[in-house]
Design a protein around this ligand. Sequence first.
Ligand code: THU
Length: 140
Amino acid sequence: MTAAVVGDTAVPPPDWEGLRAAAREACARAYAPYSGYPVGAAALVSDGRLVTGCNVENAGYGVTLCAECGLIGDLVNGGGGRLLAFTCCNKAGERIMPCGRCRQLLWEHGGAALLVDTPDGVWAMDQVLPQAFGADDLNR
Ligand code: THU
């Protein structure tokens, strides 16, 4: 895969195996006593940082935080930036797709060019969430 360009900076291709390993490690820290379905997520940030998250469930089921919520918290609290490449997995280490709500979260912080590690290969975010609603729409 060729290097992406963010602003004026050429960014090397993502280390997908490194990202997947970080997602598996995050998955092992998940708190998922209700569903029994731990999830881990990891992403590469435009400044080279790695951010991660795991799902955190709650006795009030609807309050559950997906792994992507933790990852976005890690991103923003760690200084912000744009997401360049994202992966998430289940406890078997299999790639899974982000849920609909989390696709919207990823869109906000990665946009159309974010690379998503799907079970069918690497897809751009605008394939994962076509015709997305985003910040630009608020100005129309
Ligand atoms: N889950 C995530 O963490 N991310 C997703 O994108 C899909 C679902 C979690 C939420 C819940 O704790 C468990 O998986 C079962 O839905």
